[in-house]
Design a protein around this ligand. Structure first.
Ligand code: MG
Ligand code: MG
Length: 237
């Protein structure tokens, strides 16, 4: 899983460097495909329930699951990229959000808060902790900042499949849920909505999840191992 995680980190880095006004989300999908090809890794996104890309690219009010397309990115767009890789049958899955060129301070704060929420969730991934600690830590950051978070989408176990038990909710209660034991690997992924509203819906394309009120959304995700002494982020370069 470390090998798969390194490929995902490399996809993220290559995409970050390719993002600029004027590129399409399909261009970014091609950048990610090139990394997979070079590293002889397979995509766990492509063909997943018929999905057409190796990345999800979600722009502005799109929260998650945006389909790579001819959509041209504009200066100031808030872009969320989610992608994964399979190496020797083991999966990695991670997401990040960024501004295209320069954008509003409010959008950057939303992105930074998504990163902070993810970091807080990761910090709770210690042996002897509980699954509920992760969601509680994430929700504390998100709620304090006044942002919303969809109720029906969350993180997950990951290993020889991209999505395994258990669900890793972005809300939770300290000390509740299964015990976190050394060797457990989870994908943790806060999704933030700028307005504070939690409501989202799916577009008619059957994939893209957008905020109900049209406000901006940000997404951050890592695949993380609960190590014997604490969390190890597998999808970080
Ligand atoms: Mg993901
Ligand atoms: Mg995931």
């Amino acid at each position: 899983m470390r090998a798969a995680g390194r490929v995902v980190a490399e996809m993220h880095e290559a995409i970050r460097q390719a993002v600029r006004p004027g590129v399409t989300t399909l261009d970014l999908d091609a950048v990610a495909r090139e990394v997979l090809r070079r590293r002889q890794a397979a995509s766990n996104f492509l063909g997943h329930r018929g999905f057409s890309g190796v990345i999800c690219a979600s722009v502005n009010d799109e929260v998650i699951h945006g389909i790579p397309s001819e959509r041209v990115l504009d200066e100031g767009d808030l872009l969320s990229i989610d992608c994964g890789a399979i190496v020797h049958g083991w999966h990695g899955d991670a997401a990040f959000s960024m501004l295209v060129g320069s954008g509003s301070a409010a959008a950057q704060l939303l992105i930074d808060t998504a990163d902070r929420a993810l970091a807080a969730g990761i910090a709770a991934m210690v042996p002897g902790g509980h699954l509920g600690d992760i969601g509680a830590a994430i929700d504390a950051v998100v709620s304090l900042a006044g942002y919303g978070s969809p109720h029906d989408y969350c993180g997950h176990g990951i290993g020889q499949a991209m999505h395994e038990e258990p669900d890793v909710e972005n809300r939770g209660r300290h000390g509740k849920g299964p015990l976190l034991e050394s060797g457990v690997v989870l994908a943790v992924e806060p999704m933030l909505i700028a307005s504070g509203d939690d409501d989202v819906y799916e577009l008619s394309d059957g994939w893209t999840i957008v905020t109900a009120d049209g406000s901006l959304a940000a997404h951050a995700e890592h695949t993380i191992l609960v190590g014997p002494h604490g969390p190890e982020i597998l999808t970080r370069a």
